[in-house]
Design a binder for this molecule. Sequence first.
Ligand code: NAG
Ligand code: NAG
Ligand code: NAG
Ligand code: NAG
Ligand code: NAG
Ligand code: NAG
Ligand code: NAG
Ligand code: NAG
Ligand code: NAG
Ligand code: NAG
Ligand code: NAG
Ligand code: NAG
Ligand code: CA
Ligand code: CA
Ligand code: CA
Length: 758
Amino acid sequence: MRSGCWGVLSLLLLLAGTAAFKITRGPSVNHLEISERAILDVTVQTCRTMAEQEGRDFVFPPRPLTASGVIRACDAAESSKSFLRAIKVIQTNNKRVDISRLFNPAFHFDDETFEVGRAIITDGLRIIKDSNKLENFEAAREKLGEITHPLQVNSSRLAEAATVQLLDDIRGAAGDTDFLRMVGITKGSIKALCFVIDTTESMSDEINAVKNVTASLVDSKVGTPDEPSLYILVPFNDPEFGPLMRTTDPNVFKTWLNSTTVSGGGDFPEMSLSGLQLALAGAPPGSEIFLFTDAAAKDIHLEGAVIALIERTKTVVNFILTGSSKFSIRSATTGNNRNFSFSVDESLRNLNIYITGNILNFTLTSPSGVSQNINSSNDSLATMKIMGQSGIDFLFDFVQFFQGPSEGFDVLENRPVAGGNATLLLTLTGLDSGTLTNVSLVEASGALGELSGKVEALGGGDFLARFDTIPSGDFVVRLKGRADGTSRASTNDFQRQSSGSLRASALTVTTTFDGGLREPGSSFSVPFTVTTNGTGGNFTIQATNDQGLNSTFPSQLELASGGSAKGTVTLTTRLDTPTGTAVTLTIQAQSPGGNDTNYVVLRLSIVSRATDNSKPVCRVTSVVDNCTPNCSQFTWEVRANLTDDNSTGIDRIALQKGNGTLNNSTMLGPDGENVTLVVYNASCCSPDFKLVAVDGAGNVGFCFETIRNAASTTAEPPVTTTTTTTTTSLATNLRMSSSCYFWQTILVMLGFMVMAQC
Ligand SMILES: *[C@@H]1O[C@H](CO)[C@@H](O)[C@H](O)[C@H]1NC(C)=O
Ligand SMILES: *[C@@H]1O[C@H](CO)[C@@H](O)[C@H](O)[C@H]1NC(C)=O
Ligand SMILES: *[C@@H]1O[C@H](CO)[C@@H](O)[C@H](O)[C@H]1NC(C)=O
Ligand SMILES: *[C@@H]1O[C@H](CO)[C@@H](O)[C@H](O)[C@H]1NC(C)=O
Ligand SMILES: *[C@@H]1O[C@H](CO)[C@@H](O)[C@H](O)[C@H]1NC(C)=O
Ligand SMILES: *[C@@H]1O[C@H](CO)[C@@H](O)[C@H](O)[C@H]1NC(C)=O
Ligand SMILES: *[C@@H]1O[C@H](CO)[C@@H](O)[C@H](O)[C@H]1NC(C)=O
Ligand SMILES: *[C@@H]1O[C@H](CO)[C@@H](O)[C@H](O)[C@H]1NC(C)=O
Ligand SMILES: *[C@@H]1O[C@H](CO)[C@@H](O)[C@H](O)[C@H]1NC(C)=O
Ligand SMILES: *[C@@H]1O[C@H](CO)[C@@H](O)[C@H](O)[C@H]1NC(C)=O
Ligand SMILES: *[C@@H]1O[C@H](CO)[C@@H](O)[C@H](O)[C@H]1NC(C)=O
Ligand SMILES: *[C@@H]1O[C@H](CO)[C@@H](O)[C@H](O)[C@H]1NC(C)=O
Ligand SMILES: [Ca+2]
Ligand SMILES: [Ca+2]
Ligand SMILES: [Ca+2]
C-alpha cells in the first residue's frame, strides 16, 4: 500500500460524530482500558523513535503492553510512578465525563449534537496543545481524558485506533520529549527541584548562604538517580512575587540563582505564600519545594489555598527559615495544632529547618539552650521520616461511590467526608505485580492508633481499601505489601507511608464548571456548592488563584445544619494572557468556628481560539526503492513537498517513525507560497517513514511511506495498533462491527484500502 497524507482529525470527528451508542449500565471499564492501551502504544512508539534517533538500542516490550513493560523499554525506571499517575489522571477525567456530564449528551455523541461534539474535540485539542507548549502538562492530561471519552463510542478496536490517532496528533504538535513529559516520562527523576526565595532587602545577609545552599542542593543531585528533570525558581518580594521560571538545565538554573538580588520589601512580613502558591500550581505533582525566608507571611489568607494545593499535589514543602528574627508561621505540613513558633537567634547561622514529616510537637529554643523537642513517647507516631529511594511506591486517592446510569466510583479531589466510612484507591508502582497485605490510616494524635482497612484487589496493580471510620485529626496512609517474583534478593516485603498528612472534613465543596475554552480578556463564572454534614452557620469563602487574576466571590455563605448553599466565583482574565496559561483556582470554605475547612482546586485553561485551522499538507513527490531481501545492503529515499497554504506556515518538521536522515529546504511555489522540500534516506531495514509537520498554530499534518510490502524482511516486529497498519486492524475489526458499512464508507473516504467483507 502506498499512501500519502491524511487528515487525522477528520477521521476522529467522523467516528465521533455519527456513531450512536448510548451510555449503558456498568462502569466505563472499556473506556479506561482503551485509554490505557492507546497511551501505552503511542508512548512506546515515541520512546522507540527517540532511541533510534539517539542511536540507542530499543527492545520492544512484549505484548500485551503493560505500564511496567513500557517503562522498562523506555529506560525510565524513575518515571514509573509519574507515568502511572498520568494514566490515572487521564482515565479519571475520561470516566468523570460519565458522572459529571451525564446530562450533557454532547459528551457521548448519543444525540444529534454533532456540532457541539465537534467543538468539544477541536477546542479540547487546542487546550491540550497550547497547555503543552507552556509546559502545563497537568492541564493537558485532564483535558485529554475528557476529550478521549467521546471518541470511545464503543469498545471496538476502532475506538482504540481513534484514540491512538488523537495521541499521535498531540505528540506531533508537542514533539517527542514534551509528549513523554505529558505522559509523565522524563529522563531522570520526574520531580522538580523547586526553590521559592525571599528577595527582599532583609535577606541581604542571608542571600549568599541561600545561593550556596541551593547551588549545593542542585550539585548534590546532578548525576544521581535523583537528578531532577526540571528546576523551578520563584522569587517573592512585597508586593511583587514571581514569575515562575522553569528550566531543565542545572547550569542555567544556577545562573538564575546566582543572579538573584535583594531589594525592597518594606515592612517585615512578605508575600511568601503567593510565591509558594505559584510554585505549587506550576511544579509537577509530588515535587519537593524549598522555601527560604526570614519573615512571616503577609498573605496569610492564602494559607488554606496553599494547604489545599499541598494535599492535592502531594508535594513536600520545606520551610527554610533564615536570619535573626523572631516569628511565628503556620505550617502547612504539621499536625492538628497547626500553629508553631520558631525563635531564631542572631548567633545561629545557616539554620535549616526541614519540616517534612508528620511532626506532632517540635520546640526549638535559642540561643543558650538550643533544644529540640519532638515528643516521641507515642510510639505509633511517625515523628521521624525515614527517607530512601526505591522504585516501589504507591499512588492513593480517596474515592466516593455513586449510583446511576453508570455505577462505580470517582476519585475525590478534596478532603474525604468526616464521621463516616471511607474508601481508598491505591496503585502500586514500580513493580510488575505485587500484593497489598495491609493498608492503614495512622492518626497523628495517636488517639485511634492505626486503623486497618479491608483490602480488595482490583487487578492491574489497583486496590481498594475500605475503612469503617476515618480519623478526625491529621493522618497518614501506611501500607505493607509484597512484591511478586523471585528475582529480588532476600525479602520481597515492603512498607511505605504517604509523605504528607491528610484530614477529613464535614464540609464538601463542589463545582460544575464545564472546563470549556476560555479566551484571554474574557470574564467567566465558576459556580460552586458548599455542603455541610455538621452544624450550620455562616461559612467563610475564599477564592484565590495563582495568576493574580481579579475575582469576585461571596465572602460568606449561610448554611443550615446538614444543608448546602451555592455561590459563584467570577474571574476576569487579562487580554495579554499567553495562550495555554493554566489558572489554578482554589475555592475554600471554612466552618463558622474556623476549625474545619474543605476546598476544591480547579485548573482553568486560558486559550486563544486559533485563526489557522488548516493543517500542513504533504505531497510525496517521489520514492526510490531499490530494496532487496538483504535489507542492510541498500537504502531507499522519499521526497515530499510540504505546504501550509496561506496560513501560519510550517513551524517544525520531525521524524515520528524511521531510522534515517532527513534534509529540508524551503522554496517558493508557483503561487508564491512557501514550500518545504523534504528528502528522507534510510536503510532498507527501516521500512517505515512517518514525518510530522506542525504549523504555527499547532495543526499537525503527516507524511507516511512504507516499503513493508516490497521488502520481504523487516527488522522490527509488526505493530498492530499504530497507523502503520491501521488499515489491517480496522479492516479486521469490521468483521465484528455491526456498523460495518458505515465504517467502510469512512475508510474509503479517507483513502484506506478496505479489505474486509461485511
Ligand atoms: C539506525 O541506523 C543506523 C545507521 O543506519 C544503524 O547503525 C543503527 O543500528 C540503526 N538503529 C536501529 C535501532 O535500527
Ligand atoms: C559557600 O560554601 C563554601 C563551601 O562549599 C564555603 O567555603 C563558603 O564560605 C560558602 N559561602 C557562603 C557565603 O556561605
Ligand atoms: C556568580 O556571579 C558572580 C558575579 O556576580 C560571578 O563572579 C560568579 O562567577 C558567578 N558564579 C557562578 C557559579 O555563576
Ligand atoms: C509538646 O511538648 C511539650 C514540651 O515542650 C509538652 O509539654 C507537651 O505535652 C507536648 N505536646 C504533645 C501534644 O505531645
Ligand atoms: C455525617 O456525619 C455523621 C456523623 O456525624 C455520619 O454518621 C454520617 O455518615 C455522615 N454522612 C456522610 C455522608 O458521611
Ligand atoms: C458507607 O457510608 C455510606 C453513607 O455514609 C453508606 O451509604 C454506605 O453503605 C457505607 N458503606 C459501607 C461499606 O459501610
Ligand atoms: C450570617 O450572616 C448574616 C449577615 O452577615 C446574618 O444576618 C446572619 O444572622 C448570620 N447567620 C448566622 C447563623 O450567624
Ligand atoms: C483588577 O481590577 C482593577 C480595577 O478594576 C484593575 O485596575 C486591575 O488592573 C485589574 N487587575 C488585573 C490583574 O486584571
Ligand atoms: C469544630 O468545632 C465544633 C464545635 O466547636 C465541633 O463540633 C466539630 O467537631 C469541630 N470540627 C473539627 C473538624 O474539629
Ligand atoms: C487562501 O486564501 C485565498 C484567498 O484569500 C482563499 O480563497 C483560499 O481559500 C485560502 N486557502 C486556504 C486553504 O485557506
Ligand atoms: C530545515 O532544516 C534546518 C536545518 O538545516 C532547520 O533549521 C529548519 O528548522 C528546518 N525546517 C523546518 C521547517 O523544520
Ligand atoms: C515540489 O516543489 C518543487 C519546488 O517548488 C516543484 O518544483 C515541484 O513541482 C513540486 N512538486 C509537486 C508534486 O508539487
Ligand atoms: Ca524582608
Ligand atoms: Ca514587607
Ligand atoms: Ca495551517
